[in-house]
Design a protein around this ligand. Structure first.
Ligand SMILES: Cc1ncc(COP(=O)(O)O)c(C=O)c1O
Length: 359
């Protein structure tokens, strides 16, 4: 066996929690993949054509600043191109945001349970995680923004607000976010992670761009992975004030968004009416899933995303196995709960049959 080098790993790296990807469907197996909050629809023909076109140029490096995509996004969002930074998925953009502002030992406050990349990204940036539990009882699965504001100290550099929260599903409300932002010092960065924005229908949800316009310390994180169905190509973006955006660009991996991904994202923006029409169908399927579960007697957190969350505690892993055996691959968080993505209508039918057996 080859010897390992005598080079120590950074303690923060040796202690990193593993990112557990959603289970995959075995080659040739007939199962629905409801484990990664992906879009079940295949790419549109116009997007596939853009991908094929871009493939002809992969001997060249991509446009490092994804100029055309950044300009198209800025145009759509009503901000300047200087305020938009793209990256290799919003998870990479988040890592770059943290690397831009976090000094060793700085605290990063975020809700927990939330997106599992957060503790990893904070530790890699050299920061210290301060995890604030979600609400329990009435409003369970929601962010406790008051407790998050109270957790901010002189060492806090960033607060992550995941809305809708992955994996539980609720959004923060406009009034509570306003109160939170009024309480947080203006030299603390507040990242609104809006990965599931397009699925939100709650009229009390904040308008991220309006919040961003009002608060210079707010950064928006968005992605093409979910509503736009490009999870496999890895394109996300941040909206941030120009000086901060320039910092994020400076720490980003050079050429991090491939030429193919840039082309697909641009084609998706052009086809956004059709893609957002599909999102409307997914929201209808979410309603059907949530109502079916309610009829079965489940009381779940109010989801505004493309997934639902079951607090199953010790039964979680067993239930995930049962779902898999029935043909639905879901995402267990051992000892805590199950997250089930909204997939094809047939997947919803199948999952409702499985969840009925759990009552
Ligand atoms: C809350 C949240 N933020 C960000 C991401 C990352 O998305 P991507 O890196 O695919 O853009 C995810 C993906 O699951 C997520 O759930």
């Amino acid at each position: 066996m080859a010897h390992e080098p005598r080079v120590p790993l950074r303690p923060a790296v040796a202690a990193l929690p593993a990112y557990v990807p959603g289970g995959r469907v075995a080659p040739g197996a007939a199962a629905f993949k409801l484990s990664s909050n992906e879009n079940p629809y295949p790419p549109l023909p116009s997007v596939v054509a853009a991908i094929a076109d871009a493939a002809a140029d992969v001997n060249r490096y991509p446009d490092m600043y994804a100029t055309e995509l950044v300009e198209a996004l800025a145009d759509r969002l009503g901000v300047t191109a200087a305020e938009v930074v793209v990256g290799n998925g919003s998870v990479a953009v988040l890592a770059h945001v943290l690397q831009t502002v976090v000094e060793p030992g700085d605290e990063v406050v975020y809700p927990w349970r939330s997106f599992e990349a957060y503790p990893i990204a904070v530790a890699v940036a050299g920061g210290t995680s301060v995890q604030v539990p979600l609400l329990t009882g009435e409003g369970r699965g929601r962010l406790d923004l008051r407790a998050m504001a109270a957790a901010v100290t002189e060492r806090t550099r960033v607060v992550l607000v995941c809305t809708p929260n992955n994996p539980t599903g609720p959004v923060v409300h406009r009034d509570e976010l306003d109160a939170f932002l009024a309480a947080v010092p203006s030299d603390v960065l507040v990242v609104l992670d809006e990965a599931y924005l397009e699925f939100v229908r709650d009229p009390q949800a904040p308008d991220g761009l309006a919040v961003y316009a009002k608060h210079p310390n707010v950064v928006l994180l968005r992605t093409f992975s979910k509503a736009y169905g490009l999870a496999g190509l890895r394109v996300g973006h941040a909206v941030a004030r120009p000086r901060l955006a320039a910092g994020i660009r400076a720490v980003s991996t050079p050429f991090g968004v491939s030429h193919v991904a840039q082309g697909a994202a641009l084609a998706s923006l052009r086809a956004s009416d059709e893609l957002l029409g599909r999102v409307e169908h997914l929201v209808e399927d979410r309603t059907r899933l949530v109502e079916g579960l309610r009829d079965q007697g489940w009381e779940l957190p109010e989801t505004q995303a493309n997934f639902v969350w079951f607090d199953l505690g010790d039964r979680t892993v067993q239930r995930a196995e049962e779902a898999r055996a029935a043909g639905a691959i879901v995402r267990p968080f051992a000892g805590e709960g199950l997250r089930v993505s909204v997939g094809e209508p047939e997947a919803t039918d199948l999952f409702l049959r499985v969840s009925a057996t759990w009552r």
